[in-house]
Ligand binder design. Structure first.
Ligand SMILES: [Zn+2]
Length: 519
C-alpha cells in the first residue's frame, strides 16, 4: 500500500470514532450523569483502541521511513504517528487511565464547596471573593474553593503514575516529556522561552503587585505582611482583580451577549450565527460551569458551551469561545480530514486575541455603543487592566508549567509544599500560615488537561504578534480576511511554528508580548 493509501485508511477509521467521542463529550458536559459519563468513557476507549492498532502503527512507521514526496501526506503521517504512539501501551493501562480521569472530572463537576454550612457553586464563591470586605468570610470561601483538591489529590497522583507508566513503557523519561514531544514542543526551548518571559515580567509584575497590595491593605485594614491568598479576587490569583483596572459590569449589564458576539464577528466579515444556533449558552443544573468550543465532526458541526450571565466575565468568554469557533469553521473544507484541525496554541491564540476585545476602547464604543466621552474616560484604566491581565496570567502560567514538570518527575514528591514554593516565587502570594493541603489538585487542568498550560502563554504571544501584524480587529474586515486566509484556511498543513512565521512574517517570540507590557 502507498503512504497516501495508508494515511487515507487510518483517517477513514478514525473519523467516525473521533466524532462519536466528541459527541459523547458534549453530552457528558451539557448533562452530567452516570450514564453520559459512562458513554463518554466507552467512546474514548473505542478511539484509543483504534489508535493502539499495532499493525496500523507499523505501517505508518514504515511509510514515514520511506518519506513520501507529497508534503500533505508527510504531514498527515506526522500527525497520525503523534496520535498512535502514546497509545502503543498495555490495553488495561489505557482503559484504567481513561476511566480514572473520567471519574476525577465527574467528581469535579459534582463537587460543591461549603461556606458556613452552605453549599456554594463556583460563581457564588467568586462573588464572595469579588465583593466581601470580611476577611474571615473570604478565607472560608477560599478554603471552600480548595476543598475539591483534598478529595481528588490521591487519585490525581495515581493518574500521574499511570500516565508515567505508559510513557516509560514507550522509552520516555515521563509523561511530561512524552506530551511535549507529541505536540511539537521542544522541552529545552520551551523552558528557555519561559525563562525569557520570567525575566521580562519579573520587575513590572513586582511593581504591579506592590501597587495592588497597597490597595488591598487599605481595603481590608491589614498590613501588607498579613495579606493572604483570599484577599485577591481569584482563588488562584490568575486573573487581574478589578481594583487594578476597571469593572466593566455596569456597562455590560444590559447587553445581549449573543447579539454582541454576532455583531463583533460580523464586523470582521465572519458569520457566527450558525454556531450560535447549535450552542448551549445558558446556565442550568446538571451542566458544567465553565465554557468551551468543540468541532464535533470537522465538517461544520461547531458548538460552544457557555453559562452566560450579564457582565464582563461572560462577555469576554463568549468572544474567546467564538474566536475558537471562527477558526474551526474557517479551516479549508477541501483539506483531508486529518488536516482539518490546528495546534492548541494557535487556536488559544486566536481565542485570546478575540477575548481581549472586551477591554478594547474601540469595541466598547463601536460594538457595545458606549458614548465616546465615556470610553475616553475609561481608556487609561482599560490599558492598565489589559497590561495587568497579561502580567498576572504570565506569572500564573510559570507556576503551572513548573509545577507539572515536577509532578511527573516524581509523583510521590511533597507537591503540597512545592506548589506554594512556586506560588511564592512567581506570583509573590504568601502561603497561608501552617497550610498543609493539596491545593494544586484543586486546579482541574492538572487532572483533565495535563501539560497544556504553556499553550495559553504561547497563545498570548501569538495574539500579540498578530496585533503587531494586523492591527485592531474591531470593524476591520481586512484583518478578518487576513486571519481567515493566513491562519484558519491552512488548518494543520503546517507545523504550528511554521504557520506563525508564515502568517506574521516572523518566528514566534515574546517581543510583541513584551511591548504590550510597556504600553
Ligand atoms: Zn480557549
Amino acid at each position: 500500500m502507498s503512504a497516501a493509501d495508508i494515511v487515507a485508511d487510518c483517517g477513514a477509521t478514525l473519523e467516525p470514532l473521533e466524532a462519536a467521542a466528541n459527541s459523547a463529550w458534549w453530552n457528558a458536559n451539557v448533562n452530567a450523569s452516570d450514564e453520559t459519563q459512562a458513554q463518554r468513557s466507552a467512546a474514548d476507549v473505542a478511539l484509543s483502541n483504534a489508535l493502539a492498532d499495532p499493525d496500523a502503527f507499523a505501517a505508518l512507521r514504515a511509510a514515514q521511513a520511506e518519506r513520501n514526496g507529497d508534503p500533505l501526506v508527510a504531514r498527515q503521517l506526522d500527525l497520525l504517528l503523534q496520535g498512535f504512539m502514546p497509545n502503543q501501551v498495555d490495553a488495561d493501562l489505557r482503559r484504567e487511565t481513561i476511566e480514572l480521569q473520567s471519574d476525577i472530572e465527574s467528581r469535579f463537576a459534582r463537587h460543591r464547596g461549603s461556606v458556613d454550612g452552605e453549599s456554594l457553586d463556583d460563581n457564588a464563591i467568586l462573588e464572595i471573593l469579588r465583593t466581601s470586605d470580611d476577611s474571615a468570610r473570604r478565607q472560608a470561601a477560599w478554603e471552600a474553593s480548595k476543598s475539591v483538591g483534598a478529595e481528588v489529590a490521591p487519585d490525581v497522583r495515581e493518574l500521574a503514575r499511570l500516565r508515567n507508566s505508559a510513557a516509560q513503557s514507550l522509552g520516555y523519561r515521563d509523561h511530561f516529556a512524552l506530551a511535549l514531544e507529541t505536540t511539537d514542543f521542544d522541552e529545552d526551548r520551551l523552558f528557555a522561552t519561559l525563562a525569557e518571559v520570567d525575566a521580562l515580567t519579573a520587575a513590572p509584575f513586582r511593581d504591579l503587585k506592590a501597587e495592588l497590595d497597597a490597595e488591598v491593605s487599605t481595603r481590608f485594614g491589614v498590613s501588607v505582611d498579613a495579606i493572604r491568598p483570599w484577599h485577591y479576587d481569584d482563588p488562584f490569583f490568575q486573573d487581574a482583580p478589578s481594583a487594578i483596572g476597571v469593572d466593566l459590569d455596569p456597562y455590560l449589564r444590559d447587553a445581549d451577549l449573543e447579539a454582541l458576539t454576532v455583531q463583533t464577528f460580523a464586523a470582521m466579515g465572519l458569520d457566527v450565527r450558525g454556531v450560535i444556533s447549535r450552542s448551549d449558552l445558558t446556565p442550568r443544573a446538571g451542566k458544567v460551569q465553565h465554557a468551551f468550543c468543540i468541532d464535533v465532526d470537522r465538517i461544520g458541526d461547531v458548538r460552544v458551551l457557555s453559562n452566560n450571565t450579564p457582565g464582563e466575565r461572560w462577555a469576554e468568554t463568549m468572544l474567546h469561545e467564538f474566536g475558537h469557533a471562527v477558526y474551526f469553521e474557517g479551516v479549508g473544507r477541501d483539506l483531508p480530514w486529518l488536516l482539518r484541525t490546528m495546534h492548541i496554541c494557535l487556536t488559544e491564540g486566536i481565542a485570546m486575541r478575540c477575548g481581549r476585545l472586551v477591554r478594547d476602547p474601540q469595541w466598547l464604543q463601536q460594538i457595545v455603543g458606549l458614548p465616546a466621552s465615556t470610553v475616553a474616560g475609561l481608556a487609561p484604566r482599560l490599558r492598565a487592566a489589559s497590561r495587568a491581565y497579561l502580567l498576572i496570567f504570565a506569572r500564573w502560567v510559570l507556576v503551572m508549567t513548573h509545577f507539572e514538570r515536577g509532578l511527573y518527575a516524581d509523583p510521590d514528591d511533597n507537591h503540597d509544599a512545592r506548589w506554594w514554593d512556586l506560588v511564592e516565587r512567581f506570583q509573590l502570594v504568601r502561603r497561608p500560615d501552617g497550610r498543609d493541603a493539596p491545593d494544586w489538585a484543586a486546579k482541574i487542568h492538572v487532572a483533565a488537561a495535563p501539560v497544556y498550560y504553556h499553550n495559553y502563554l504561547f497563545g498570548e504571544m501569538f495574539a500579540s504578534q498578530l496585533t503587531a501584524t494586523l492591527g485592531g480587529l474591531v470593524d476591520n474586515t481586512h484583518a478578518g480576511h487576513a486571519l481567515a486566509a493566513r491562519v484558519f484556511a491552512p488548518g494543520a498543513t503546517l507545523r504550528w511554528d511554521h504557520l506563525v512565521e508564515a502568517a506574521t512574517g516572523a518566528p514566534l517570540t515574546p517581543a510583541a508580548f513584551a511591548r504590550e507590557l510597556t504600553n
